[in-house]
Ligand binder design. Structure first.
Ligand code: HEM
Length: 408
């Protein structure tokens, strides 16, 4: 589901990285410096918001499937969304520290009013998300009045033909639509409050994690050009140069898969998983853990432990070649956690990261900004393991892909 949205957004990312179309038509293919952190953040947010609400808040796209056709109104909405997100990120760093340090917590919460700010921001977020819900509700009511159920459902968007017979854009099912249709049958369970919660969790858990993984992976590839070359060779052999990578190719690209898994081993986006709680008394590594204890699993330490991994600080995708896709190597490798509270977005994340990285490797040549300096791999602070220095890189269209790229 939603594979067209993901393909469309990845294409649009490649177009922006290439620069103006005329530069390709003119055979101009100098390297240019690009900001990869914001590229990946915008990609994941656009994908997520289009799946959730049919909205695209970064980069203009006149074709978006959207009720608000007026650009000023849409620009205003996009600005509000970006501002809320920026404030939420800024505050979550401050309050995370406060959660673990009693003094800072007291100072932050009561002296600087961080708690008040959190409440104010939550109200703003709720208001924004409620507006999205109302817009989709109005649209669903309108389309159920004006069309047959088959036309208005439109759930499977793997259909390439976006136009209905009148040439008008056909509305596609969004996640909010699915939740609203469940609400009709079970209103006490699928309340608006609950739907706002789902939207919030999808944005907070599903965007930075995938974007961060892509940024670490590209950083590793820039520091290991032989690995990048090997991935390019695999894609050329399996996909060719007449079309771009699509999601159904990913199964035929085991080396690309190994690159992603190796990145997640070295730089897991959830290094401490979510806090878990022991439902029964148990013993772990000789320690008695009473029932009801909060447990933080240091998956980063496990995945980088020299007793478990050969040369853990070396980027070696080859260590996963031939390993069954999805294998967790026992519990040595758990970038998505495990069990009932394991990450429900694993499948989506692997598709988005695979498609984006595969396309970047297939369509563009890559270099470090300073040839002599390796990309700085220092980890920054924050629970999702961000890079300390946002990644900048140099890219240009691949010579043997110019034909295809000029048609994107
Ligand atoms: C590379 C990308 C991602 C990584 C590395 C990642 C990692 C994780 C980890 C480690 C957890 C905690 C699991 C545990 O404690 O056992 C988690 C939870 C979660 N993830 Fe992801 N995630 C990613 C992408 C996504 C995406 C794309 C979505 C949504 C579409 C998502 C939604 C969630 C949710 C809702 C939870 C909470 C599950 C619960 O508490 O029951 N994640 N993720």
């Amino acid at each position: 589901m939603f594979s067209n949205i993901r393909a469309d957004e990845v294409r649009s990312m490649i177009r922006r990285l290439i620069g103006s179309r005329s530069s390709i038509d003119g055979g101009y293919y100098e390297y240019r410096t690009v900001d990869m952190k914001s590229t990946f953040t915008e990609l994941t947010l656009n994908i997520m918001m289009r799946m959730i609400a049919g909205k695209r808040y970064y980069g203009r796209d006149d074709d978006q499937l959207e009720e608000v056709r007026d650009h000023d109104e849409l620009d205003h909405e996009a600005r509000r969304f970006r501002e809320i997100l920026k404030d939420t990120m800024a505050l979550s760093v401050a309050t995370n520290i406060g959660d673990f340090n009693g003094v800072l917590r007291w100072v932050g919460y009561y002296f600087f009013g961080a708690e008040k700010e959190m409440v104010r921001l939550k109200e703003k977020r709720d208001e924004f998300m409620q507006e999205l819900i109302e817009q989709r509700r109005r649209l669903l009511t309108k389309s159920s009045r004006s069309s047959s159920p088959e036309e208005s459902s439109g759930g499977d968007d793997d259909d390439d033909d976006d136009d209905d017979q009148g040439g008008r854009k056909r509305e596609k099912m969004t996640m909010i639509d699915v939740l609203l249709s469940l609400q009709r049958n079970e209103p006490d369970c699928y309340t608006d409050h609950m739907i706002r919660g789902v939207i919030g969790v999808l944005i907070s858990a599903g965007t930075d994690t995938s974007a961060g993984t892509m940024e670490w992976a590209m950083s590793l590839l820039l520091n290991n050009p032989d690995v990048l070359k090997k991935a390019q060779t695999e894609i050329d052999a399996q996909v060719g140069r007449d079309r771009t990578v699509n999601e159904s190719d990913l199964i035929k690209l085991p080396y690309l898969h190994a690159i992603i898994i190796e990145t997640l081993r070295m730089y897991p986006a959830g290094p401490l998983l979510s806090p878990h709680e022991s439902s029964e008394e148990c013993t772990i590594g000789g320690f008695r853990i009473p029932r009801g204890t909060m447990l933080l699993v240091n998956v980063w330490a496990i995945q980088n432990d020299p007793e478990l991994w050969d040369e853990p600080s070396k980027f070696k995708p080859e260590r996963f070649e031939g390993v069954e896709g999805g294998s967790r190597e026992g519990f040595k490798l758990m970038p998505f956690g495990s069990g009932r509270r394991g990450c429900p977005g694993e499948g989506l994340a692997m598709r988005v990261v695979g498609l984006a990285l595969g396309s970047l490797i297939q369509c563009l040549d890559w270099e470090r900004v300073n040839w002599d300096d390796m990309v700085d791999m220092t980890e920054g602070s924050g629970l999702a393991l961000p890079k300390a220095q946002p990644l900048e890189a140099m890219c240009r269209p691949r010579l043997n892909m110019l034909n295809l790229l000029s048609q994107l």
